[in-house]
Design a protein around this ligand. Structure first.
Ligand SMILES: Nc1ncnc2c1ncn2[C@@H]1O[C@H](COP(=O)(O)OP(=O)(O)O)[C@@H](O)[C@H]1O
Ligand SMILES: Nc1ccn([C@@H]2O[C@H](COP(=O)(O)O)[C@@H](O)[C@H]2O)c(=O)n1
Length: 219
């Protein structure tokens, strides 16, 4: 299928707590009347239901191998061909996939968000626009402590221990180097309304070109 006849895929990456989800949701809001959806890479953490809880605690969740990228690529290919998928649901407290899934119907714009979405060439090759959300380490760890304690059932000690032993070193080894693939780098994540407005203008123009192209095909 010709790329101009496919959904637009926007990749959004950056370190944990950088504001990827906030930026992605801001774009979703701007296009709320349009055919747009969000796919979070976290939904594609490997299923670990065959492991004990203690074993799951030892997994390195910031390494590319923690993700079922084959399934993510397969699902994106379905969406690109305008076929729906059953998207996995991730449970951060249980450290594994939940038994439920959610139906995701195909859309004209797909935002794909996650810490390592630029790390795999297959994913990068599917993207039309690549955004890197760049936020200083100290801000990210403060946000992460707050979020993980409030929303992901973690203790302060566990967040600090995980950050120093895994999150920070993996960020520098695998995530930060993917900044070079970005078309746009957004400083100060979710606060940067100017960057979000610029992004939305760009997406609107890509959408308009695509609709014009489709209309021409029908003429
Ligand atoms: N600009 C901001 N100012 C203050 N808090 C923010 C800002 N952007 C994000 N946050 C908060 O920081 C936490 C992490 O943001 P999020 O967008 O989920 O980051 P990521 O998806 O990169 O991990 C969330 O609790 C969010 O509400
Ligand atoms: N069981 C898990 C799975 C993932 N994490 C952490 O989530 C981070 C990615 O999500 P963001 O929303 O912060 O981008 C990643 O850094 C993992 O360490 C986890 O703690 N437990």
């Amino acid at each position: 299928m010709e790329k101009s006849n496919q959904p637009i895929i926007i990749g959004v990456t950056g370190g944990s707590g950088s504001g990827k989800t906030t930026v992605s949701r801001a774009i979703l809001n701007e296009f709320s009347g349009h055919s747009i959806s969000l796919i979070e890479q976290d939904s594609y953490y490997k299923d670990q239901s065959n492991m004990s809880f203690e074993e799951r605690l030892k997994t390195n969740y910031d390494h590319p191998l923690a993700f079922d990228t084959d399934l993510l690529v397969e699902h994106l290919n379905e969406l690109i061909h305008y076929r729906g998928i059953d998207k996995p649901v991730y449970d951060y407290e249980a450290h594994t996939r939940s038994k439920n899934s959610v139906r995701q119907e195909p859309k004209e714009v797909i935002i794909m968000e996650g810490i390592l979405v630029f790390a795999d060439k297959r994913l990068r090759d599917l993207m039309d626009i690549k955004i890197y959300v760049d936020t200083e380490d100290d801000i990210r760890i403060i946000r992460r402590i707050k979020r993980d304690m409030e929303e992901r059932g973690r203790t302060l000690d566990s967040v600090i221990k995980q950050y120093l032993s895994v999150v920070k070193p993996m960020y520098h080894e695998f995530i930060e180097p993917t900044k070079r693939y970005a078309d746009i780098i957004i400083p100060s994540g979710g606060e940067n309304q100017v960057a979000i407005d610029i992004m939305c203008t760009k997406i609107a123009s890509v959408l308009e070109n695509k609709l014009n192209y489709k209309n021409k095909l029908q003429d």
